[in-house]
Design a protein around this ligand. Structure first.
Ligand code: 3H9
Length: 689
């Protein structure tokens, strides 16, 4: 294996250069190479540590976690940088993340490229900076910025890094040349470990604890990160590092981090499709049909990524309103300081209205986001087929409908596929890419590349009603509806699933989405075959009474004018009781455990069915869909990973127990679940052979 670390001298400065593509992860060979290179300092006056390629170190090598440790460890390498007899300067470009930033903190000085960013994203992997970041950062920045970086995981830019003391200099031109020049100008070491302890900051501790408990509810790492940073106030560096190590080991060996690390790799794996080796086509301009909430959000997602968008709506008034809504959303973001006014104007200017389908004549990709009715969609695709270039790709944003039937309304179905965005489309990270029977490899590869370009996680699904996410949701909603009839109150159902880690329970979610959506959808399905009518009996009555959810001020819950806070309604309990009586069901006390088990196992069994049918390529793809599109707690890894953590034997036994109960027809165990349970396999690790 070639050594990823090389050295050369520039005058009296030893330049240690690391080249470990793609992101210079600090793998064993890198750590070893850097330690060896430090042994060659000789009479050099200073050392510069730099990386080749697109970025400074992106952190510890996550693929080494869980394997036997190999010396030198990352803390050993950082100690070697500190022990180097001459000053060491880090030349930072791209992103210095996690262990990469901790390495930079082991250097005496840090020179940042003007576009470089740094941060501690470890919380997103269920851990915190475990190579000194929690002890060295607050010594440079004080408590509050250190906690912010460790708890939010959000990277900061070079300017902010300089402001809080992490960057000593910002290079406007070549960062390596600037770092070498900087190294020549310093003669003494300035180790962060030798700096004073930071002062206590009760207000910062309290406010970051509050943040961790609300915004990262259920996660262990953010709270322990605060505890580790607080240790830097009183402990000397070595004792602080020991404390950091103890807490870190507890996290890295725990279930939460295992689940979140699995999700990290699953998100990158999702973009890979077996047997797909075509080059994506360039997409330089995009068209969107429909300027409602979805269409507007999709247009913004592209405008945010710098891609010009043509927006058309058959209703001129709706187009005007859509453009006004987009302008307001951008204006609000700029007013909150999330973007500059120039940036706001540039994004708005990227969206051009069109007065007809001929506006799409030059578009490389056109996405339809009109009313969810097959007839309407087919009419739009026939228009697009005629108006667009023959090589343009046509995507439908349908959430349920048959993509093959939509594609059949064009002359060339190979260029058609589903591109199912999640609302709000400019914010949500998931994009379900639905591959039709005739979708070509080019078309699919292009959609996957587009997804990455607009910073979404693309997951490929086959064609079925609701694709991966919404099809699985059917069973989840069915069990919630049945539980309500059988005796659980809506608020008890919501509380149980909220406690499990979902951002909101299924009842509150149905009210937010609008009860009429499910109602209309059921109209196109066969009761008893496609859905359980008993489960939606109360919702059907509510819709027929005009109670469609938040938007009408009442649904399963009531809402005060202008408020989204659900208020339990005894009338709804009475309705559930009446339905139970009508169907001869004796109501009973139902505990949180049963609520969670039934809703979750319904998701899991449907997920296993989807895998067996080849709709999803891998179990981990399903986890990516649920973590990014449905708020499934990332620290549980997704429904398939959760099922694995329960043990598939146990899951199968419980599914069989429900199959022996009153709703047996919905609980036939998925053949793949039975197979993997008997083989000792894992759903999240399963992929299509
Ligand atoms: C840590 O540092 C712990 C320490 O505090 C304590 C230790 C004791 N390791 O995302 P991309 C792979 S924890 C291994 O598509 P981009 C990735 O899987 C670490 N592999 O590129 C993918 O592989 P493939 C803290 C890694 O340009 C390829 O690189 N650091 C790592 O969109 C390209 O990745 C982080 O959490 C890694 N650390 O984004 C940073 N990072 O091609 C994690 C990436 O086979 N990384 N890979 O699918 C990122 O956030 C992004 O990768 C980055 C580039 C922003 C750097």
């Amino acid at each position: 294996m070639t050594n990823p670390v090389s050295c050369h001298r520039d005058g009296g400065v030893l330049v240690i250069s690391v080249d470990n593509p793609p992101v210079n992860a600090l793998s064993h060979a890198v750590r070893n190479g850097v330690c060896d290179a430090l042994g060659t300092v000789g009479d050099s006056s200073a050392v510069v540590l730099a990386c080749a390629g697109r970025t400074f170190f992106a952190g510890a090598d996550i693929s080494e976690f869980g394997k036997p440790p190999m010396a030198p460890s990352l803390p050993d390498m950082i100690a070697a940088l500190e022990d180097c007899p001459v000053p060491v300067v880090a030349a930072i470009h791209g992103t210095a993340l996690g262990g990469g930033m901790e390495t930079a903190l082991g250097c005496d000085f840090r020179v940042f490229d003007a576009k470089a960013r740094c941060g501690f994203p470890e919380v997103d992997l269920g851990i915190f900076p475990g190579a000194g970041g929690t002890q060295r950062t607050p010594r440079l920045t004080g408590l509050d910025p250190a906690m912010e970086m460790c708890v939010t995981g959000k990277p900061i830019d070079a300017k902010k890094a300089a402001k809080i003391g992490l960057a000593d200099s910002i290079a406007t031109e070549d960062v390596l040349a600037s770092a070498i020049e900087f190294a020549r100008s310093v003669s003494n070491k300035r180790r962060v470990r030798d700096m004073d302890n930071p002062e206590a900051d009760e207000a910062a501790s309290e406010s970051w604890r509050k943040f961790a408990m609300t915004r990262r509810r259920g996660e262990h790492a953010p709270l322990l990160a605060i505890e580790a940073v607080e240790a830097s106030i009183t402990l000397d560096v070595d004792a602080g590092l020991d404390k950091e190590r103890d807490l870190f080991i507890g996290l890295i060996t725990g279930q939460q981090s295992a689940a979140m690390r699995q999700l990290f790799f699953a998100e990158r794996m999702a973009a890979k499709v077996n047997g797909l080796d075509t080059t994506p086509k360039p997409v330089k301009s995009v068209g969107v049909v429909g300027s409602g909430t979805m269409g507007g959000g999709i247009a913004m997602a592209f405008a945010n990524a710098g891609v010009p968008v043509t927006l058309f709506d058959a209703n001129a008034e709706a187009l005007k309103n859509g453009l006004a809504r987009i302008a307001k959303l951008y204006a609000d973001s700029a007013a909150k300081g999330r973007m500059s006014e120039a940036d706001r104007d540039a994004r708005i200017a990227r969206i051009t209205p069109a007065s007809g389908y001929d506006g799409f004549a030059d578009s490389d990709l056109v996405i339809e986001a009109v009313f969810e009715r097959m007839g309407v969609k087919k009419a739009v695709f026939a228009e697009l087929d005629a108006a667009c270039r023959p090589d343009a790709i046509l995507g439908t944003n349908t959430s349920y409908l048959d993509v093959d039937e939509i594609a059949a309304s064009t002359r060339e179905p190979s260029r058609v596929l589903g591109m199912h965005f999640f609302s709000p489309a400019n914010v949500m990270h998931l994009l379900e890419i639905v591959r039709g029977a005739k979708t070509s490899g080019d078309t699919l590869a292009t959609a996957l590349a587009v997804s990455k370009a607009i910073k979404k996680v693309g997951v490929v699904s086959g064609v079925c009603h609701g694709f991966i996410g919404n099809r699985m949701l059917k069973g989840y909603g069915r069990e919630a509806g049945l539980l309500m009839i059988e005796g659980a109150s809506p608020e008890a159902i919501d509380a149980a699933l909220y406690e499990f880690g979902m951002p909101m329970g299924p009842m509150a979610m149905a009210d937010m989405a609008g009860l009429d959506i499910g109602y209309d959808n059921r109209k196109s399905l066969v009761a008893g075959e496609d859905f359980e009518p008993l489960a939606s009996a109360v919702q059907d009555k509510l819709v027929e009474m005009g109670r469609k959810g938040q938007k009408t001020g009442a649904g399963i819950y009531k809402y005060e004018a202008g408020s989204r806070v659900p208020i339990p309604d005894p009338d709804v309990d009475a309705m559930a009781e009446a339905v139970a009586k009508e169907y001869g069901i004796t109501r009973r006390e139902i505990g949180a455990d049963e609520i969670v088990e039934r809703c979750m196992l319904a998701l899991v069994n449907e997920g296993a069915l989807l895998l067996g049918e080849g709709i999803a390529q891998r179990g981990s793809d399903i986890d990516v869909v649920y973590a990014n599109g449905y708020g499934f707690p990332r620290w549980r890894g997704g429904p398939m990973c959760y099922a694995d953590s329960l043990g598939l034997d146990h899951v199968l036994e419980r599914v069989r127990a429900y199959a022996a109960g009153p709703h047996s027809k919905w609980w036939t165990p998925a053949p793949l679940l039975a197979q993997l349970a008997s083989e000792g396999g894992r759903l999240s690790g399963w992929s299509k052979p």
